[in-house]
Design a protein around this ligand. Structure first.
Ligand SMILES: [Zn+2]
Ligand SMILES: [Zn+2]
Length: 127
């Protein structure tokens, strides 16, 4: 498994976060290079949504999983910021949703090995 790094070749989420030319994913949230806390994360739609609104918030740096987070002020701020961005987006786009849910994968149940916060506004989508 890849370790924490500025970016990892072949990581689809690094490509999205760094706006690689091959990536066509539209970002819902990114304020690069404006304030020190807002150049840390980006948000975009889950390609396989399971709810009315289903967004992912990811750090721009490659952090594989929650197990790679440390009990430092920086990491604490990063996670708080990811949650805040997710809440702001759902409050903005789905203010009347019955419920907002937020969650990280718990390893080894990871879909993509780049830390991401799932942000869902219910109802769930019928499959
Ligand atoms: Zn990555
Ligand atoms: Zn996931």
């Amino acid at each position: 498994m890849s370790e924490r790094a500025p970016m990892v070749d072949g990581c689809v989420f690094c490509d999205i976060a760094r706006r690689a030319p091959t990536s066509t994913t539209a970002l819902l949230y990114s304020v690069p290079y404006r304030c020190p806390h807002d150049d840390k994360v980006v948000a975009f739609r889950d390609i396989n949504p399971s709810a009315f609104r289903h967004y992912l918030v990811i750090p721009i740096d490659h952090i594989p999983t929650v197990n790679s987070l440390h009990k430092t002020k920086d990491d604490h701020q990063l996670v708080s910021h990811m949650v805040k961005v997710g809440k702001d987006l759902l409050n903005q786009d789905a203010p009347n949703s019955e419920e907002h849910r937020f969650g990280f994968h718990q390893p080894p149940f990871n879909s993509v090995d780049h830390l991401h916060l799932h942000c869902l506004a219910l109802p769930f989508m019928p499959r």
